[in-house]
Write a protein that binds this ligand. Structure first.
Ligand SMILES: Cc1ncc(COP(=O)(O)O)c(C=O)c1O
Length: 399
């Protein structure tokens, strides 16, 4: 019998997504129009956000959010090295600078104490360089948003507001007593990349309650234009007239992708419930394995990814050898994340950030493996993942 293999991820689509795409094609309007505006309204209503702006990726959304919050030459953001590189690179695209705070000892979340150290120095040196803090809700587990928003308030001055921009690439849907992820800071930026909890292949959404930020991001999303193509097509005013208020970007999400997003959005809670079943099975199966540390799980965890850490003191193999053994047995794995200071460009540009200065990020990076987790994973596949992890763990256990 052929060996059962378990893909790292597979999106959950059915006839409804296909029909929605065909309807857009048949309509003759492929770019941003009514379907995208409907998607934005539905996303805003789902998350409780005042504004939702569809964009063609989280990366585009992050650049727009940082631009609106004042990132430019002479200004900087605080974020974590434990993220996908685009979170930090967005500041560099705008000519801004990046400060890295360490993550917490027992989670992948940015550490408020480490953030405060950077804010304090910025204040004492009278630099006021920092204009945004960018927490990243790794794997769907939320950062300490109450502490982070308090710090932003504490260190803001009348001339230099410090904004909080949530990187929500992993945290949809994520409910807390204070609201959903993406509404807990000033701006939230979501991703609909191919492996995310809902997907349009490529895509993203920005949420905010701030009218001025929403206005700026709406215009900068489309060349700095004061009217989009749908408005020019449907309004009474002359279709060819528009103004350009700044050199903007081209970051809009087309209707053909928003159509997929609208269908996926309706299924977001169902997908979450299905992932949760696998998570509960993993947690129960691994809880007594002393060579593993299970993922952190706080309020509102969206469970986008299941990250395990191996305990090197209990095993005769490295994380890389453990990961390779899983792959050899047909288990699709990934690694979230290679810490940013380990990349050659970043090491050269910011030599002050490294394994010694960011010890928690480094130890998490050294020991983490991401296991398969997706809505339509069968119980047999989840069982195979558990059996294989345990087989390798027991074979490699120190005696
Ligand atoms: C934490 C995090 N931030 C940002 C991004 C960038 O998302 P996108 O591919 O939609 O630009 C990703 C994507 O993998 C991510 O995991």
């Amino acid at each position: 019998m052929a060996q059962l293999t378990v893909p790292f991820f597979r999106p959950s689509f059915d006839e409804e997504e296909k029909r929605a795409v065909c309807d857009v094609i048949d309509s003759g309007w492929l770019t941003t129009g009514k379907v995208t505006h409907d998607f934005e309204r539905e996303f805003a209503s789902f998350t409780g956000a005042r504004h939702a702006l569809a964009v063609n990726s989280n990366t585009s959304g992050m650049i727009l959010a940082m631009e609106a919050c004042g990132v430019k030459p002479g200004k900087a953001v605080i974020t974590t090295p434990y993220t996908f590189v685009s979170t930090a690179a967005s500041a560099l695209h705008l000519g801004g600078d990046v400060f890295f705070a360490d993550i917490e000892k027992n989670s992948y979340s940015i550490d408020p104490d480490s953030i405060e150290k950077i804010l304090k120095e910025d204040k004492e040196d009278n630099n006021h360089k920092i204009c945004a803090i960018v927490p990243v809700h790794i794997a769907g587990n939320l950062c300490n948003m109450e502490a982070i928003t308090k710090l932003a308030e504490k260190y803001s001055t009348p001339d230099n507001k410090i904004y909080v921009i949530e990187d929500c690439a992993h945290s949809f849907p994520s409910r807390t007593k204070n609201g959903m992820a993406g509404t807990l800071g000033d701006v939230g930026v979501f991703s609909f990349y191919a492996t995310k909890t809902i997907t349009t292949g490529e895509g993203g959404m920005i949420t905010t309650k701030d009218d001025a930020l929403a206005d700026r991001m709406t215009k900068m999303r489309l060349h700095g234009m004061n009217r989009d193509a749908w408005d020019r097509y449907t309004s009474d005013k002359a279709s060819w007239q528009y103004d350009i208020i700044a050199p903007g970007f081209k970051s809009n999400l087309p209707d053909v992708l928003s159509a997929i997003g609208r269908v996926q959005l309706k299924k977001a809670d169902l997908f979450y419930q299905k992932r949760l079943k696998t998570v509960e099975f993993y947690n129960k199966s691994f809880k007594n394995e002393d060579y593993l540390t299970l993922p952190p799980d706080g309020e509102g965890n969206a469970w986008h990814l299941y990250l395990i850490q191996i305990n090197p003191d209990k095993l005769n193999c490295t994380r890389d050898q453990f990961a390779k053994a899983l792959q050899d047995e047909g288990i699709g794995i990934s690694m979230h994340f290679i810490t940013i200071y380990n990349f050659s460009y970043w090491a050269k540009r910011y030599p002050q950030y490294n394994a010694k200065t960011l010890p928690n990020a480094e130890s998490h990076y050294q020991n983490t493996i991401t296991l398969p987790l997706w809505p339509d994973m069968s119980p047999e596949m989840a069982q195979k993942v558990v059996d294989t992890v345990k087989k390798i763990g027991h074979n490699q256990h120190v005696r």
